[in-house]
Design a protein around this ligand. Structure first.
Ligand code: ZN
Length: 382
């Protein structure tokens, strides 16, 4: 039995994709969901986080256990829209796939969670406990939306968490952390024929980055579940004229961290490299402007086993268990939960995330609505 027809399920996803919540304007998504929920007798609350940006919280049922479910409402930029085979903000079906920005990451996961909640409520399928949807803003940049839920008490009584990020046919209970760091080197300009009168800002920065490459890429620290840490300089700028000694150089670095080489250890390591350069006359400043820890739970909980069982039923064979590389809102939401906390990332998607012609297979999207209904009730009712 279904409250919505497939056509209605597709039109909800299509509506969400047509809302251009590109790193902003999650308020429009919240308002859409708020209306949809209220049509079906579910209360939801829009939480302002500044500007046109909001979180949304919605709940059905009461008491413990409290199952937290979460998805983000923002998407990344579509990039050069002329490269897309169809308009990124008009959901388009081709060969059984649904194309559009956010089709995979993660308006399909969000829509599937919302539809599952409504169907569970309308059909009276929940016998015990609470399902609490935490829809977040700003997941792609800064993760401020989940920070709000982690600090305003919303997560305090949550007993288990499902994030609907696009894992596809895989169940993850761990992911790497991430850090963005900017290094600014200041030197002194001079004519390049008289370099002694200046100080080359590029030299010490280059020296530091070469040392850091060596150090971070040759470490023996490795996570069995997540693999090695990754370190990359992703932006480098310096100088402005070929015959002048550069007085400025900047580099930006992204590091994907693991529990064995975590964010504080990375910070220590780079702080020392900076101090070494500065001791020999450089002037390098370090700014860590984003730092999200890795998340590693034991994966040993009824939530994981129920998800495996239901996943297998819909996928047709065993769904692999493990870790995914990208950071999710779990970095914030689970910050004060123990390692044993029941947690999974499980949601519809494909490997087209953040790319041109992003898509979700139509069958997978529709299957996940059923998967979520069985998973939410299977976990709470038993
Ligand atoms: Zn995402």
């Amino acid at each position: 039995m279904s409250t919505f027809t497939d056509k209605e399920k597709l039109s909800i996803l299509s509506d969400l994709i047509s809302i251009k919540s590109v790193n902003d304007d999650e308020k429009l998504v919240s308002e859409y969901l708020n209306k949809l929920f209220s049509k079906h007798g579910i209360n939801s609350k829009i939480i302002p986080v500044g500007g046109n940006r909001t979180d949304l919280i919605a709940e059905i049922g009461s008491g413990h256990p409290v199952l937290g479910i979460s998805g983000h409402m923002d998407v990344v930029s579509a990039g050069d829209e002329s490269q897309w085979a169809s308009n990124p903000f008009t959901m388009t079906e081709r060969d059984g796939n649904l194309y559009g920005r956010g089709a995979a990451d993660m308006k399909s996961g969000l829509a599937a969670m919302v539809i599952a909640m409504i169907e569970i409520k309308e059909q009276g399928l929940l016998k015990r406990g609470t399902i609490r949807l935490m829809a977040t803003m700003g997941e792609e940049v800064g993760e401020l939306g989940s920070k709000t839920f982690a600090t305003d008490g919303t997560m305090d009584d949550v007993d288990a968490l499902i994030i609907g990020e696009p894992s596809g046919w895989m169940i993850a209970y761990a992911h790497k952390g991430s850090m963005d760091i900017k290094l600014t080197s200041t030197g002194k300009a001079a004519h390049s024929s008289m370099p002694d009168q200046g100080y080359n800002a590029i030299d010490p920065l280059m020296d530091l980055l070469v040392k850091a490459n060596h150090l971070f890429r040759n470490t023996d620290k490795n996570s069995q579940l997540m693999g090695p840490l990754s370190f990359n300089t992703t932006i480098f700028n310096g100088g402005n004229q070929v015959n002048s000694i550069p007085e400025n150089a900047t580099a930006e670095i992204n590091i994907r961290t693991i529990p064995e080489f975590n964010n504080p250890k990375v910070e220590d390591t780079i702080t020392k490299l900076v101090a070494d350069e500065n001791k020999s006359g450089a002037k390098i400043d370090m700014d860590i402007y984003m730092s999200q820890p890795s998340i590693e739970t034991t994966g040993d909980s009824p939530l994981v086993s129920i998800a495996e069982e239901i996943g297998k039923k819909y996928y047709g064979s065993d769904v692999p268990l493990g870790a995914i590389p990208p950071v999710t809102d779990a970095s914030n939401l689970l910050q004060s939960k123990p390692k044993e906390f029941p947690f999974i990332i499980f949601g519809p998607g494909s490997d087209s995330v953040h790319q041109v012609d992003e898509y979700v297979p139509k069958d997978m999207y529709l299957a996940f609505i059923n998967i979520y209904e069985e998973l939410f009730t299977g976990y709470l009712n038993n």
